[in-house]
Design a protein around this ligand. Structure first.
Ligand SMILES: Nc1ncnc2c1ncn2[C@@H]1O[C@H](COP(=O)(O)OP(=O)(O)OP(=O)(O)O)[C@@H](O)[C@H]1O
Ligand SMILES: [Mg+2]
Length: 313
């Protein structure tokens, strides 16, 4: 395991009566891709804003590279790249001029500025569109320019806040490629999203947030293995009372069964086992299955099992 690059303890932020972030703690090792997952309003952006020094926390500690970010906020900001949820670009300027502008703010001039701008454009795969005005770009291309700005100073830790919302598949893949290649070169990445499948593909570890709190944290695979029971929805031909439901819920592979009329919803640790056994039980009640729908265990079902809600309600 690499050294800890980011250590967050008991981070808290309240807006009026709302605890937007409520005692969040986690650490990230250098070289990780760490995901912050959660539904709208979970507190992801508020957390990222505090970690990047944009917003002051009410309580808590943020240590970057073994030092509180408040010991020297400028030094911390030099180690950090931040790609915010909202675009901050000059639409009438070209991609390259947007990057030149932000590069100058970082203090780069001359050859160094040119080289850094070219490298950032290469990473986000926009070299051939560098001279076009940003207002003519698709949403996904604008997001890639935003990402390029966050990369200009080669940060050690890159924070991205929902970088693929409203992005076409081609740009989404370009963003993923860029992030994976940066990570291979050693950049630590903190990535927020409410797309569970993105987190599953990209992140080595994830923290699932809900209502300001971290409610689970592990590798996607461990979360799925421990908390991600799949869902089997069965419709049976003839309505039966709860003795059928109770028989199925006693199966070893089943965690819970709910019944609505002829519909049974089964939370299962093993589809194969549950389906075979449930079919037999249903047959012994002199009826049969007429429709079946399967929702495989994934981070969506982890969230559903933890909160009773779907992440995209
Ligand atoms: N400046 C603010 N003033 C008041 N309330 C705020 C402010 N910023 C955020 N909030 C509230 O804090 C909660 C968390 O918001 P936040 O933007 O961190 O969520 P999020 O997880 O990023 O959601 P989304 O997926 O929609 O971007 C929300 O209820 C939001 O309305
Ligand atoms: Mg947000």
């Amino acid at each position: 395991m690499n050294a800890t690059i980011l250590d967050v303890k008991n981070l808290t932020k309240q807006f009026n009566n709302l605890k937007a972030v409520d005692g969040v703690s986690f650490s990230v090792s250098e070289g990780e891709i760490f995901g912050l997952l959660g539904p709208n309003g979970a507190g992801k952006s508020t957390t990222i804003s505090m970690l990047t020094g944009v917003l002051a926390p009410d309580k808590g500690e943020i240590r970057l590279n073994n030092e509180s970010i408040y010991a020297d906020l400028n030094r911390a900001k030099h180690l950090i790249g931040y790609v915010p949820q909202d675009l901050a670009l000059y639409p009438t300027l070209s991609a390259v001029d947007n990057l030149n502008f932000f590069g100058q703010i970082y203090g780069y001039r001359g050859n160094e500025l040119r080289d850094r701008v070219n490298e950032a454009l290469r990473i986000v795969q926009l070299t051939d569109r560098a001279g076009d005005r940003v207002k003519l770009f698709s949403g996904g291309m604008k997001r890639r320019v935003n990402l390029a700005i966050g990369l200009l100073h080669t940060p050690r830790v890159l924070f991205l806040d929902e970088p693929t919302v409203g992005v076409d598949p081609q740009s989404r893949n370009a963003i993923f490629d860029s992030l994976e290649s940066l990570n291979r070169q050693g950049t630590t990445i903190i990535y927020t999203t409410h797309y569970m499948e993105e987190a599953e593909r990209l992140c080595g570890r994830v923290a699932i947030m809900d209502a300001g709190k971290v409610i689970a944290m592990d590798t996607p695979q461990n979360l799925i293995n421990h908390l991600g029971e799949g869902l089997i929805r069965l419709e049976i031909q003839d309505e039966r009372d709860d003795t059928l439901r109770d028989s199925i819920s006693r199966l070893g592979s089943v965690r819970e069964v709910t019944r609505r009329g002829r519909e049974l919803e089964i939370r299962s640790r093993s589809f194969e086992e549950t389906i075979v056994d449930a079919m037999q039980i249903i047959a012994s009640f002199n009826t049969r299955v007429c429709a079946m729908n399967l929702l495989e265990a994934n981070l969506e079902t982890v969230f559903l099992n933890l909160t009773g809600r779907s992440i995209r309600e």
